[in-house]
Write a protein that binds this ligand. Structure first.
Ligand SMILES: Nc1nc2c(c(=O)[nH]1)N[C@H]1C(S)=C(S)[C@@H](COP(=O)(O)O)O[C@H]1N2
Ligand SMILES: [Mo]
Length: 418
């Protein structure tokens, strides 16, 4: 009896230690340093340093990001810090579902491709990916499906993103298509799914923090990539170092970080956060506050057209007669933005902004305009983008949905003319 139980005892102890170690490692990453007396920490103790800048210095990330949550780490970029054509790495938002992996060795990192619809299972080291396949570079916009959730009423649970769970970086990697084809795709393939090295929040060694994917048609697009660089540098740890997927135009939740495995599936991928109501919206519009059964929720695929005013910062004060330059970005999952309009009278009249040419689909385009105000007082500048398919933005709040996804309402900034 005793003999049979012993190994079990031991393994459950190991498991407990493993969980404790992973949580401690993850806390140390958030703090940017080791917790010296970690072994004395009472279980469940919340470290006060986590909520107090400048102690919560997330590696590679600016202190100017707004931290919504430190476990898991979620931080967004204030709108006025998104003014660059390409979002700098230290300003790029972070959305984690689990614990950041703590021991990463890029030299030995491997990506495995398998699944029912893969002709074989095959693994590649990072170096093999870099040398065996054509390298590609594209600016691509990543936006969390829940960006703008804070505006929904009644409120939706989850990270209360305002406008900053979006960024556009220049990604370098290889085409996902080229790698999938090197493995061999069976004709019955319909979806791909990813698995990353992050751990579930409990610290459980099962890698089930999140495992989402995209239809095979999306996976095969020219710009769908497995990336190791962001703006010509290694990916920041919090954005998936050393390897991640990047799918422009789809909810960023599809762009798996710390990428270890891709499965080619003969059915819609059923990994963690592919089911239930996660990353889904009602298949048909519902009244605000309605409860919707899981069976009536559909997976979010293409992201809606949207824009953001990145200059000036909301709350700008100018003097009467002064012209105000206004600038920002607009993006769509269609091919390009055709028009950005600005309004200073709550959407009654609109003026066209200049819009830069599209470099490639799924990269944001820039707009600028000069705005004049007729009298002293309070104004709001609203921006509204339209894409080549004629899709445009809701002026205030678009369709309410239980999880608060896809808020592409016009971005608004406040201006006072004094
Ligand atoms: N492995 C892994 N990949 C992940 C996530 C995660 O928690 N773990 N979060 C997803 C979600 S919900 C979003 S919005 C994007 C965020 O990418 P970023 O943190 O690089 O901005 O990563 C996606 N990929
Ligand atoms: Mo997300």
């Amino acid at each position: 009896m005793y003999r049979n139980e012993e190994p079990q005892e031991k393994s459950s102890n190991n498991r407990r230690n493993f969980i404790k170690d992973s949580i401690l490692a993850s806390l140390a990453i958030s703090l940017g340093t080791e917790i010296v007396y970690a072994k004395n920490m009472p279980p469940g103790l919340e470290l006060i340093g986590l909520n107090s800048s400048p102690l919560n210095t997330f590696p590679g990330k600016s202190n100017a990001l707004t931290v919504l949550n430190d476990r898991p780490v979620n931080m967004e970029t204030p709108a006025h810090l998104l003014n660059d054509a390409l979002t700098p790495n230290e300003l790029f938002f972070v959305r984690n579902n689990g614990l950041v992996p703590s021991q990463i060795n890029a030299e030995t990192w491997t990506l495995t491709i398998e699944g029912e619809s893969a002709r074989k299972a095959k693994s590649y080291t990072l170096n093999e990916l870099k040398t065996k396949f054509e390298n590609i570079t594209y600016p691509l916009t990543l936006e969390c499906g829940g960006n703008g959730r804070k505006e929904f009423s009644p409120p939706a649970k989850g990270n209360q993103w305002t406008t900053g769970a979006v960024g556009c970086a220049k990604w370098t990697g290889v085409r996902l298509k080229d790698v999938l084809e090197d493995v061999g795709i069976k004709s019955n393939a319909v979806y791909i799914g990813y698995y990353g090295a992050d751990l579930h929040l409990s610290g459980a060694p099962d890698k089930d923090a999140i495992s989402r994917g995209v239809p095979i048609s999306k996976a095969m697009e020219e710009e769908s990539m497995i990336a190791w660089a962001m703006n010509d540098e290694d990916l920041p740890l919090l954005n998936g170092y050393p390897l991640r997927l990047v799918f422009g135009g789809y909810p960023a939740s599809c762009s798996g970080k710390w990428l270890e495995k891709i499965v080619i599936r003969n059915k819609v991928h059923d990994g963690q956060k592919m089911n239930g109501s996660a990353y889904r919206i009602p298949c048909n519009p519902v009244a605000p506050g309605a409860s919707v059964e899981d069976k009536d929720m559909c997976i979010i695929e293409r992201m809606p057209v949207k824009s953001l005013i990145s200059f000036p910062k909301t709350g700008a004060i100018i003097t009467q007669g002064q012209k105000l330059p206004v600038a920002g970005h607009a993006w769509t999952s269609s091919s390009n933005i055709t028009k950005v309009e600005l309004s200073i009278d709550f959407g009654t009249s609109w003026q066209n902004a200049y819009v830069s040419k599209s470099t490639n689909r799924y990269a944001w385009q820039h707009f600028e305009a000069t705005v004049q105000f007729p009298a002293k007082g309070y104004y709001e500048v609203w921006a509204r983008a339209t894409d080549n398919e004629g899709n445009t933005q809701a002026m205030l709040i678009p369709g309410w949905n239980p999880k608060g996804y896809l808020n592409n309402a016009c971005h608004r900034i406040a201006v006072k003319v004094s």
